[in-house]
Design a protein around this ligand. Structure first.
Ligand code: KG4
Ligand code: ZN
Length: 336
């Protein structure tokens, strides 16, 4: 049994096939290059690019998986949260294909996709767990009670962690999206040449715009930015990671949980993974995260959650054969 997953919530056009026995069969991610010259995603261009590429990627994914169309038993697509024009492309293709094949179609929440991705590799992650979701669009601390049952304990009051990485990377003259490049640059930096404040709020809320402005001021007043770049990147990354780890520690204390999942694009960050592992070792708890290529947006995470939904749903559930196109640009994980 196979599920096809389609993800077009932002600027990556992604299609994947997940098999109940084999796991991920194919996972194609087309990264739209067009945005890098603007230093951020342009929604209209993203939607047009998805429309231009989705069929090509879909056909390639199915061909490479070497399975027959008739063995695909469901189609899962990202219905939100995300940019409306981008979501519409994936949802249209997903619902139309499912209608023509007369198979179930499942609308998936993008954040839940990220959150459950570590389970693809670690099947035995037990509920409940604490999740730190750090992506380009969201920064949330989540109490994950069970599949489909989540409570947001804290979130960013302003910029997301991914967006903060991208903005600081842009100030440093790095290409969009700059999170990965910035963290590579930080590896070459000297420790403690700069010390940036950890955005510190005494609860589970987060805030990163102050840190971003502070780093921008330091960059602007630096008389030799080329020479200081790596040191600034290192201090910035350290401030972000320390803040996130402190918040996770507080959330674990408050909830009594001792199992932590980190997910979303920024969870590919080496230092975040390392410090989270140190924290959980110290607490004799468990830590889970996905392979770096599955941390950022992909179709496999959508196909995987689609497979779970399909297996958990009653076959007579009429909703599965309802081909109305569903889009929820501001869909909270609490309302699945
Ligand atoms: O989850 P994702 O692919 O897209 C959204 O759902 O928003 O996350 C993308 C974000 C970008 O901001 C990117 O710069 C950041 O993840 N990112 C990283 C790293 N790899 C990707 N940030 C820090 N370190 C990394 N290694
Ligand atoms: Zn994402």
């Amino acid at each position: 049994m196979y599920v096809l997953g389609i993800e077009t919530s932002c600027d990556d056009t992604c299609v994947a096939i997940y098999g109940i026995n084999e796991g991920i069969l194919t996972n194609k991610v087309f990264k739209q290059k067009v945005h890098s010259e603007y230093g951020g995603v342009i929604p209209e261009l993203a939607a047009r690019n998805h429309a231009d590429n989705i069929i090509k990627i879909l056909l390639k994914t199915i061909k490479e998986s070497k399975i027959k169309n008739k063995n695909i038993k469901g189609i899962a697509y990202t219905a939100g949260p995300g940019m409306i024009g981008s979501l519409i492309v994936g949802a249209n293709i997903g619902c139309s294909l499912a209608y023509s094949w007369k198979i179930p179609v499942i609308a998936i929440n993008h954040i839940e996709g990220h959150l459950l991705t570590p389970m693809i590799e670690y099947k035995k992650i037990k509920f409940p767990f604490l999740a730190l979701l750090v992506s380009g669009g969201h920064t949330q601390i989540i109490f994950a009670e069970n599949i489909g049952k989540y409570r947001i304990l804290g979130k960013s009051l302003d910029d997301s962690v991914g967006d903060t990485f991208d903005k600081v990377a842009k100030f440093l003259g790095l290409k969009y999206p700059g999170g990965y490049t910035l963290s590579k640059l930080a590896k070459k930096g000297k420790s403690n040449r700069y010390i940036f404040p950890c955005p510190n709020i005494d609860n589970l809320s987060l805030s990163f715009s102050g840190l971003k402005t502070h780093v921008l001021k330091v960059i602007k007043s630096s008389d030799n930015i080329e020479k200081n770049k790596a040191d600034i990147a290192k201090a910035f990354e350290k401030a972000i990671v320390r803040t996130l780890i402190k918040k996770c520690e507080l959330a674990l204390e408050l909830t009594g949980l001792n199992r932590l999942v980190i997910a979303g694009g920024v969870s590919a960050n080496y230092n975040l993974r390392k410090q989270a592992s140190i924290l959980m070792n110290k607490r004799k708890g468990e830590i889970f995260y996905a392979k770096p290529e599955l941390c950022t947006d992909n179709g496999a995470m959508i196909a995987y959650v689609g497979m779970i939904r399909l297996l958990n749903m009653n076959k007579n559930n009429k909703e599965l054969l309802n081909y109305n196109i569903k889009i929820y640009p501001r869909w909270s994980i609490e309302n699945i």
